[in-house]
Design a protein around this ligand. Structure first.
Ligand code: BEZ
Length: 249
């Protein structure tokens, strides 16, 4: 199961992801002079704002193409799977937006973040949680079931509840200052077919390349009554999990 990111496709169909990042940036509340790690920095659009706040920022992302984009913005960015974080007690804060739900061994990630933080440092993030994009998952389940394929085998996402994620943070030793699920139905630019092609590569890889256009059409038809308005505008059923936790002194 893979998900690749084309910077050009991302710019056209996914820019809203970083555009909607202001609330979690506000929660981070970066202080000039702080050293901050951005986990899943993507092309650096939000990372750049933390730099502009006067911080020294290191970005990591599993996508080489996205890291190249971040570097073009002048970000100190590295290709790294965030399961493999190996920083040691060196950051005032670890930040993450719309990345942690792609990481299917969450406790490993939480452990790496903990290790990366100085004592008293904070972990501030936002990711998909709870029933995030439930209509999309249900539509793939129906369309793949017709092909006798179990969609769950191709589901790439980890969308925890607030209580589950709190538990993970506390198990590691974090003091959880806030954790909440926030329904955020999100209008997308253009047609849902573009969104599906941009974000659901893993489900699409369940079928042959020749069958993918038909699969997208079927998923689109399932979603139309639920996510498309009478005037043809699509809104995805996003739910955010936003949290702030502290590594005690
Ligand atoms: C999300 O940010 O919640 C998300 C992104 C891509 C696919 C599914 C969910």
């Amino acid at each position: 199961m893979t998900q690749s990111w084309s910077p050009e496709r991302y710019e056209r169909h996914a820019r809203f992801v970083s555009d909607l990042g202001q609330p979690v940036l506000d929660l981070l509340s970066p202080v000039p002079g702080e050293r901050i790690l951005d986990v899943g920095c993507g092309d650096g659009a939000l990372t750049e704002k933390i730099v502009a706040a006067g911080c020294t920022v290191v970005g990591v992302d599993a996508s080489a193409a996205q890291v190249a984009g971040a570097r073009q913005r002048g970000i100190d960015a590295y290709v790294l799977d965030a399961h493999e974080l190996a920083y040691d007690t060196e950051f005032d804060a670890v930040f993450s937006n719309a990345a942690l739900h792609w990481l299917t061994e969450p406790q490993r990630v939480v452990r790496g973040v903990w290790r990366a933080l100085k004592h008293g440092g904070r972990f501030v993030g936002e990711m998909g949680g709870g029933d995030n994009v439930a209509a999309v998952v249900a539509a793939f389940t129906v369309a793949l079931q017709r092909r006798r394929i179990d969609a769950e085998q191709f589901n790439p996402w980890y969308f925890p509840s607030d209580s589950e994620y709190r538990q993970r943070l506390e198990t590691q030793g974090f003091e959880v200052l806030s954790v909440q699920l926030i329904p955020r139905p999100t209008p997308i630019p253009g047609d849902v077919g573009d969104w599906l092609q941009t974000f659901t590569e893993s489900f699409l890889q369940a079928v042959t390349p020749a069958d993918r256009p038909a699969l997208i059409d079927e998923v689109r038809s399932e979603l139309q009554p639920v996510l498309c308005s009478d005037n043809g505008a699509w809104t995805i059923d996003y739910v955010r999990l936003r949290f702030c936790a502290r590594k005690p002194n």
